[in-house]
Ligand binder design. Structure first.
Ligand SMILES: *Cc1c(COP(=O)(O)O)cnc(C)c1O
Ligand SMILES: [Zn+2]
Length: 424
């Protein structure tokens, strides 16, 4: 279906939602057009809906003079112009760290780590939740909710607290204790469900059907939520001096982040904010939950669901909603999807910590270990500048490394004992 005319439910209308330069939603499968609203699935074909914009002109200067948060990119997001004045967690502008030590160890010419552990609740999820919250308010929702593998629970609970609204957070009952505590502390209604993430997700979809003023950020406002991931690409480009890195390595849970980062780089190129080509995009999974890597390696276009069994719980989605779109992006851009064992994940965490002083959660361990594996396999060009995303904080997944790191030794409080230990 060809779209010649966007519907007029735009932000300029006095009755419709003010979602900035977003004009409508469109179906990723059949192209059907849907007005901006609390919609997430196409009525024609049940395909996922995506936010579409009329950007007009956007300059580097306007972005650079904006807030020191993701809201500097508000013109590229489905949020009102005055979004920075509304209570929210205001994530973003996390450090892009030059990783020369890790690059040297891996034999790479130039490497950067985009460190999203520096966000307000210490993961990339603050980006998507902040955008979902801003859009949900415009769409008239009263409550924030989510099914979560952990980090989303933190981000939703904190954002709802700042916004002064109620929240309901649903998690698998076997989640890391750290992530339970770091969600519950914000005073959310935290519901531990006996089942895996895919069971929790199904329950959330059923509840979303019952409560039409609850915004389940990654279910019924998913098109808006997903746009938050684009800010990772905007920031990376701006921090590189308005350049697109030739290679990017991204962890995959549902696959949403990876597909939106690709979308964002192409928006920057189309708007003339950066020159050149889009990057080759590489996806990272844990072998204990690697349905997208398996489909990639088998040359399939569909992703066969799996039952997750990995320490990388924040990536443990056995039936990833955006899996097929990830395969499209990776194949179109000349990337790949690779997976690593839990032992390699732990090694990845230790390697990043030892070389760059960055303590990543298990998802970051997956990404660093996949980077190393792609280099060993010759799938990643060691001579091309590369960016890896560390999407979460190591303090939230201490159990992954606690068994393998500890004191070098325990000694009596004497110089002799010390010298015996370190032999110097
Ligand atoms: C949620 C999450 C991701 C990626 O999520 P997608 O569903 O693929 O967008 C990556 N890293 C961490 C730490 C996460 O919590
Ligand atoms: Zn459709």
């Amino acid at each position: 279906m060809t779209i010649t005319q966007a519907p007029t439910t735009s932000g300029t209308s006095s009755t419709g939602p003010d979602l900035g330069r977003a004009t409508h939603l469109s179906c990723r499968e059949c192209g059907a057009v849907v007005p901006l609203g609390p919609h997430y699935a196409c009525l024609e074909c049940f395909g996922p809906l995506e936010v579409t914009y009329d950007f007009g002109t956007i300059t580097r200067e306007r972005i650079e003079s904006g807030p020191r948060s993701i809201w500097r990119y508000r013109d590229l997001l489905p949020v009102p112009e005055h979004v920075a004045t509304i209570p929210n967690t205001d994530p973003g502008l996390t450090p892009l760290v030059r990783a020369d030590n890790l690059a040297r160890e891996l034999g790479l010419k130039s490497l950067w780590v985009k460190n999203d552990a520096a966000n307000p609740t210490h993961s990339f999820k603050d980006r998507v939740v902040a955008v979902a919250l801003a859009a949900a308010r415009e769409l008239g929702f009263k409550v924030l909710a989510c099914p979560s593998t952990g980090n989303l629970a933190n981000a939703v609970a904190a954002a709802a607290a700042r916004a002064g609204i109620r929240s309901y957070v649903f998690i698998p009952s076997d989640l890391e204790q750290q992530k339970i505590t770091t969600s519950a502390v914000y005073g959310t209604t935290l519901v531990a469900v006996q089942g895996n993430y895919d069971d929790v997700n199904r329950l959330a979809s059923e509840l979303a059907g019952e409560h039409d003023d609850w915004a389940f950020v990654n279910v019924n406002v998913r098109p808006y939520y997903a746009e938050g991931s684009k800010t990772l690409a905007y920031e990376t480009s701006e921090q590189l001096g308005w350049r697109v890195p030739p290679q990017v390595v991204i962890p995959i849970a549902s696959g949403s982040q990876l597909t939106k980062v690709d979308k964002a780089f192409h928006e920057l190129l189309r708007l003339g904010l950066v020159d050149g080509d889009g990057p080759a995009i590489f996806g990272a999974q844990a072998a204990g939950c690697s349905p997208v890597a398996a489909a990639y390696k088998d040359g399939h276009e569909v992703v066969r669901p799996v039952r997750p069994d990995t320490i990388a719980k924040s990536l443990a989605i056995g039936n990833p909603a955006d899996g097929p779109y990830v395969l499209d992006v990776v194949r179109r851009t000349g990337g790949a999807v690779e997976d690593v064992t839990d032992d390699e994940v732990v090694e990845g965490i230790r390697l990043l910590a030892r070389t760059e002083g960055i303590f990543a959660e298990t998802a970051g361990g997956v990404t660093v270990a996949v980077l190393a594996k792609l280099l060993r396999e010759g799938l990643l060009d060691p001579g091309a500048e590369t960016v890896v995303f560390n999407t979460g904080e190591g303090l939230k997944t201490l159990d992954a490394v606690a068994p393998v790191v500890g004191p070098t030794g325990t000694i009596a409080p004497s110089t002799e004992a010390f010298h015996d230990l370190v032999q110097n």
